[in-house]
Design a protein around this ligand. Structure first.
Ligand code: NAP
Ligand code: ZN
Length: 335
């Protein structure tokens, strides 16, 4: 292939426009993937509007990619032309640091992100280091699997790492792209699951996805009623909240884990942390090993994204709908 065609942001917050780039020689460790589907993660929206100050324009967003391998570099082992694979947020790591050698490549200080200072998956093709292209089993549809590659692993990894099990009481805050997959995984782990949402209209679907209970976070009374109930609360929302009310919802030794990125610093009192040994933490995506595990769990337990499909060319419509919190529950672009 000589030119890769995609849709790029050319300035902060701008509409995406058709854009082509020349990917150069295929490097030894790289695979080229012909993209069939790409999910629209809220992180793409943060990058388009340069919320994190790391965006360089023009760039093609997109990091929930499914497609078929069309070329393999000379040093690639274990992937073949024609194989269906998925790519998430991470496209490379050094492979040598203490984190990479432990299989925690998502913590590599020089990790490369699929669509930060390089071009991602709102395109017809992409190239990544083959270690970050994960085989997709036949049991998963491409559209249902694409959002697992970022949103899915981002919620699976902390639920798994924090030992969520049938005795756990788990809260999932924000029932969007990440949150609706978190409800499913928390249920697969056997936990008692509560959905925290600002959208009352999502209650029925949240229960169908795995929630045993539903809390409308706009109702102060409902928040007070769940005080002291949870072992683990995972927040996926990209907005500021009264975080003290979530700390108060934790049992002693409970954990509030951030995967969603609120715009402002998190402000809480130290007392409930001290007296109840409660923890505030965060979690970034997951390693290739965890990705493979998560894909296997999803295939065996029927976890998949509930999607709204858009043709790739209608990317701006999809982004607009995500911005308005109108998508149920993940927009996926299809070529
Ligand atoms: P999304 O599909 O837009 O869902 C976000 C949800 O947050 C919404 O559906 C809504 O749920 C809730 N929400 C939105 N605005 C709110 C407000 N003003 N107040 C309270 N709740 C609000 O987004 P997403 O793709 O799931 O991504 C969520 C966040 O995770 C983003 O910040 C993204 O950058 C981040 N992220 C982090 C990682 C990581 O590695 N840590 C990976 C991927 C994404 P309800 O309607 O239920 O209230
Ligand atoms: Zn993402």
């Amino acid at each position: 292939m000589t030119l890769i065609k995609g849709l790029a942001a050319h300035a902060a917050g701008a509409e995406l426009l058709p854009f082509r780039y020349e990917p150069g020689e295929l490097r030894g460790q790289e695979v080229e993937i012909r993209i069939s589907h790409c999910g629209v993660c809220h992180s793409d929206l943060h990058l388009i509007s340069n919320d994190w100050g790391i965006s360089q324009y023009p760039f093609i967003p997109g990091h929930e990619i499914i497609g078929k391998v069309t070329a393999v570099g000379a040093d690639v082992k274990g992937l073949e032309i024609g194989q269906r694979v998925g790519v998430g947020w991470q496209s490379n790591s050094c492979g040598l640091c203490e984190w990479c050698t432990q299989g925690l490549e998502n913590l590599c200080p020089t990790a490369e992100a699929t669509c930060v200072r390089r071009h991602g998956g709102y395109a017809d093709a992409v190239r990544v280091n083959s270690r970050f292209a994960i085989p997709i089993p036949d049991a998963l549809s491409s559209e249902g699997a694409a959002p697992l590659l970022c949103g899915g692993i981002t919620v699976y990894n902390p639920l798994r790492s924090h030992g969520v099990n049938p005795s756990s009481r788990v809260g999932i805050v924000g029932i969007g792209g990440l949150g609706h997959m978190a409800l499913q995984f928390a249920r697969v782990f056997g936990a008692d699951v509560t959905a925290f949402s600002t959208s009352e209209a999502k209650e029925k679907e949240a229960r169908a996805l795995g929630a045993h209970h539903f809390v409308n976070t706009r109702e102060a009374r409902q928040m007070r009623e769940v005080a002291g109930k949870f072992d683990f609360i995972l927040t996926t929302i990209n907005a500021d909240q009264d975080w003290m009310s979530y700390i108060q919802a934790l049992r002693p030794t409970g954990t509030l884990c951030f995967v969603g990125v609120p715009p402002s610093p998190i402000s809480v009192h130290a007392f409930p942390l001290i007296s109840g040994v409660r923890t505030i933490t965060g979690s970034p995506i997951g390693s290739p090993h965890r990705l493979r595990e998560m894909i296997d769990v999803a295939a065996r337990h029927g976890v998949k994204a509930q999607t709204e499909s858009f043709p790739m060319a209608k990317v701006n419509e999809a982004i607009d709908k995500v911005k308005k919190n109108k998508v149920r529950y993940r927009a996926v672009l299809a070529n």
